[in-house]
Design a binder for this molecule. Structure first.
Ligand SMILES: Nc1ncnc2c1ncn2[C@@H]1O[C@H](COP(=O)(O)OP(=O)(O)OP(=O)(O)O)[C@@H](O)[C@H]1O
Ligand SMILES: [Mg+2]
Length: 233
């Protein structure tokens, strides 16, 4: 193919440059992320570790465009998102980033399949191809016989896998997960790690915030960085 016609998509990655996030808590100011620069290699699995309160969740939010830094830059797939209007940022984020939040937020009264399709609701709902895709992914990750059950009946490990499948609904380039192995036994940790490795091997860029050594020490992790007081330790 002619070089002129070759489509060169921006590298599917996330990065922050000199990012600061300050929170005001009454009269106290908290610097959750402190002049932090970090670029995540495209197609890699990065673990962000560090003690509770060190800024992992805040950094994940900045990397994914959910939290606007007080100063500094954040780029998603080649585009700076800090000065975008909210609806433009939300659209860019939805197109490129899937989130698995710390509290999961599966809707207990909905089935696993309905939960997996939920992110598609704002953009007009799921097509039959989306439904087929979600079923295939749920089955692939060991949830074939859980597709039609209510989310409230899932075990912790099943919830975590269902939440990851849900984050894939838009086929994001980048997947950000906050403590995806908290409260899981070793067997389920291994399943989640295997799932992330497989998604990384398929070309996705993945960042996990975790204080779980079973995850950040796993051979599948390409790079681990440690946060201390909002800085790279
Ligand atoms: N919305 C907020 N308002 C005020 N302070 C906040 C807010 N969010 C986070 N913080 C503070 O910022 C700091 C970093 O919090 P963050 O949640 O990023 O840490 P963490 O490393 O994810 O912790 P954990 O391991 O407990 O999840 C903490 O001191 C926290 O209390
Ligand atoms: Mg956190």
């Amino acid at each position: 193919m002619s070089a002129v016609l070759t489509h060169q998509p921006p590298a599917p990655t996330v990065e922050v440059t000199d990012a600061v996030k300050r929170y005001r808590d009454g009269r106290r100011e908290i610097v959750a992320v402190d002049r932090l620069t970090l670029a995540v290699d495209a197609g890699s699995l990065l673990a962000v570790t560090g003690p509770s309160g060190s800024g992992k969740t805040t950094l994940l939010g900045i990397l994914g465009g959910l939290i606007t830094p007080t100063s500094g830059d954040a780029r998603i797939c080649g585009r700076s998102v800090v000065r975008l209007r909210d609806h433009h940022r939300a659209r860019w984020r939805r197109a490129h980033v899937g989130f698995v939040l710390q509290d999961l937020a599966l809707i207990d009264g909905m089935t696993v399949l309905e939960n997996a399709l939920l992110p598609l609701a704002p953009s007009g709902g799921a097509s039959s191809a989306d439904v087929a895709q979600a079923r295939t992914r749920l089955a692939h990750f060991g949830l074939a016989d859980r597709v039609e059950v209510k989310a409230r009946t899932l075990s912790g490990g099943e919830r975590q896998r269902a939440a990851i499948v849900r984050a894939l609904a838009h086929d994001p380039d980048v997947l950000l997960l906050d403590e995806p192995t908290a409260h899981l036994d070793q067997d389920n940790v291994s399943r989640v790690v295997g799932m992330l490795a497989e998604l990384r091997d398929a070309g996705r860029t993945i960042v996990v915030a975790t204080h779980d050594p079973r995850l950040y020490d796993a051979p599948a992790v390409d790079r681990a960085v440690r946060l201390v007081d909002g800085r790279l330790g």
